[in-house]
Design a protein around this ligand. Sequence first.
Ligand SMILES: *[C@@H]1O[C@H](CO)[C@@H](O)[C@H](O)[C@H]1NC(C)=O
Length: 272
Amino acid sequence: MHWTAKIVLFVSLVNRINAAKPSSCSDIRVVDLSHVHGPEPLTAPFFPAYSFKVVNRSISQELGGIWFETNYIGTSEHSSTHIDAPSHFYRNRLRMHQLPLERLYGPGVIIDVRKQVSRNPFYKVQISDIRRWEASHGRIPNKAVVLLSSGWDKRYPDPNVVFNTKTTSDITSYRFPSFEFNAIIFLAKFRSVHAVGSDTPAIYLNSAKIDLSGFTFLFQRNIPVILNVANLERLPPSGSTVFLPAINIYDGSGAPVRVFATVPASKMKYKY
Ligand SMILES: *[C@@H]1O[C@H](CO)[C@@H](O)[C@H](O)[C@H]1NC(C)=O
């Protein structure tokens, strides 16, 4: 090989190695996957109402004449975009302050069923949907955060539209996308996941009766659940990292979360 050809080859190899690793934050995009918390955060009708009280919002002479704002909030742990700790529906399982931070993030696995949901708003993610994801992107990575993307986030926060019912007090009347029980078993038993979540108010919903077995199957295994996630259509199906930075509430059974993802710029579906 001529020496100039050798140099060209060497330079192109170095460039390829440099391109392979993100060199700075400018190569990473951050995507907000949460709804705003308030003024009417979605929650189950039987929880106490959200309360936001202005405590101080004026020039404060006590503080030397500066502007001073503080508020008091009272909120259900299980409102708007939030995490359910395993203790929520399972005795002697992890509460919020017992969930290690290392388990509150992982590779994003986005199961996109928006097409199925446009035909059937009560669609349930099946094992075949998960298999289809794996056929394109490989086996679900360990520590994954698996999220159901149905497009339901566009309905928030009106409870009648989100729960898709005229009678929000009747849980059995709720009609929105979720996972099939078998799909939940598959994720909990045959894959190693950090969390399972949805852009709807529940990962499991039985139309016939009140049935939380899809939740308890995960909670028994100390796998938390993420609900009312938003903006999943902005993420690639694989290649993101999803973060679940929940407030570390002592003895909490859940907490509001500013769920977000980081995505290598080259993997962004939309540039913005
Ligand atoms: C904040 O508001 C409370 C209640 O109105 C008042 O008692 C307190 O003096 C205020 N604090 C400051 C530093 O202005």
